[in-house]
Design a binder for this molecule. Structure first.
Ligand code: PMP
Length: 421
């Protein structure tokens, strides 16, 4: 656009932005939380369990049963495509299980570690970006260094990962959200998963923390299966490489679900051993409640279709609002996820922080720019994670129409700003 047209456009956008501010919105697209209508789908849990005993006859109200009820482990095994024997069912948070694993690796090392990770000069994790902010803040908290690789539509950039892990034994681990990744929605292909499980690593105890938080969170009627991480790892001679995590946080109650870990026999025994010093058993009442509520894995799948019906229109509203204003302008691209909880928006380089600020000043809270990168550092200042599930549909529509104004305004501001030498 020639300069005079850009200047005109800037004037028009400022007027649009003033109109937006005048609406006095108070909207929040920051966190991937289920909406109240989604939580209502699981209200039946509150009057369960009807029984006190699990299949083995144990009274679930009492202590014990560290690896969790067999019945709920069977459900997770089916959903995750692993054997029941590989699964531990725990408390409400898979993030806590990940934190335990990383902490115990630092304190004790893995069965195949030369020494506890904390005794290494440095420990480094490979982080596909954009990624889940809490993965990165956890590592920062624990003093683990992070290096990034690009996340593509079929998973992490394998040559980039290979180059990082091949010669440097300080590179001990990697995060991966394999299905409907947070925030890009990417699904890791079997080919990429197979390469990651088979690749040579300088560290003998390299771990891939396979966080399958969105394994059954389809937004369309295509119910994509996750790559078989444990099977691929075993087949390539690295059975201990992946540790898998999942939970019902975005299936039932985000704050009162059941989490699970699945791993090789050696990893599982290692985890349970460490856990035995920290707990006598999980909340088996809640586990039984979930088993009674769902019956089996197909019960979970049917339940997820009800979630889909509630949230798919919100994701469609995000697409419509962005397309309506931004299609063809060349100032932004965004993901069109078929599952998960997020839309990943890339605005013009150097404007993401400005977009978030403009949105905030118009009453629309967005996740801080850079959150999806280690240390909050998006080198291109272009990435913004949108989380449309929590607000009502009309609020998503209003918020996203506003975000689109902010995206275009920030771009035109940048294009018209005097160049500072
Ligand atoms: N992993 C990912 C990728 C997530 O997006 C989330 C929730 N935002 C979690 C884990 C948290 O899981 P949990 O509630 O089981 O701790």
């Amino acid at each position: 656009m020639p300069a005079d047209q850009l200047a005109e456009r800037l004037t028009a956008l400022r007027a649009d932005y003033e109109d937006l501010q005048a609406k006095g919105l108070e909207l929040d697209l920051t966190r991937g939380k289920p909406g109240a209508d989604q939580l209502d789908l699981s209200e039946g849990l509150l009057s369960l369990p009807t029984g006190h005993r699990d299949r083995s006859g144990a009274d679930v109200r009492n202590y014990g049963g560290l690896e969790g009820l067999t019945e709920i482990r069977e459900v997770f095994a089916d959903l995750l495509g692993v054997d029941t024997a590989q699964v531990v069912a725990g408390g409400n948070s898979s993030l806590t299980m990940m934190y335990q694993v990383v902490t115990w690796l630092l304190l004790h090392g893995a069965p195949d570690s030369p020494r506890p990770w904390s005794q290494e000069e440095k420990v480094t994790f490979v982080c596909p970006v954009p990624g889940y902010d809490r993965h990165f803040t956890m590592l920062a908290e624990l003093g683990i260094d992070m290096v990034t690789v690009p996340m593509h539509d079929d998973g992490p950039d394998v040559p980039a990962v290979r180059a990082l892990v091949a010669d440097d034994p300080s590179v001990k681990g990697m995060w991966l959200v394999p299905t409907y990744a947070n925030p890009t929605g990417a699904v890791c292909s079997t080919e990429v998963a197979a390469d990651l499980m088979a690749m040579p690593t300088a560290a003998p105890d390299f771990r891939i923390l396979w966080d399958n938080a969105y394994v059954v969170h389809h937004l369309t009627d295509v119910e994509t299966k996750s790559a078989d991480a444990l099977g691929l790892a075993s087949a390539s001679g690295h059975p201990n490489r992946p540790i898998m995590f999942a939970s019902t946080s975005k299936i039932t109650f985000a704050g009162a679900g059941v989490a699970a870990l699945a791993a090789s026999p050696e990893n599982k025994a290692w985890y349970l051993k460490r856990l035995s010093y920290a707990a006598i058993g999980p909340d088996k009442v809640n586990q039984l409640r979930h088993v009674e509520f769902f019956g089996d894995a197909d019960g979970v799948r049917a339940h997820m279709r009800k979630h889909r019906d509630l949230i798919a229109p919100k994701f469609a509203a995000v697409q419509e609002a962005l397309s309506a204003r931004l299609d063809g302008l060349g100032v932004a691209t965004w993901s069109q996820p078929v599952g998960g909880y997020f839309v990943d928006l890339n605005v013009m380089d150097g404007t993401a922080a400005r977009v978030v600020q403009l949105a905030k000043e118009a009453g629309i809270a967005l996740t801080p720019a850079g959150s999806a990168f280690p240390y909050g550092n998006d080198p291109d200042d272009r990435n913004i994670r949108l989380a449309p599930t929590f607000p009502a549909l009309a609020e998503v529509e209003a918020a996203m129409a506003g975000v689109a104004v902010c995206v275009e305004l920030a771009a035109v501001e940048k294009l018209t700003a005097p160049v500072v030498e």
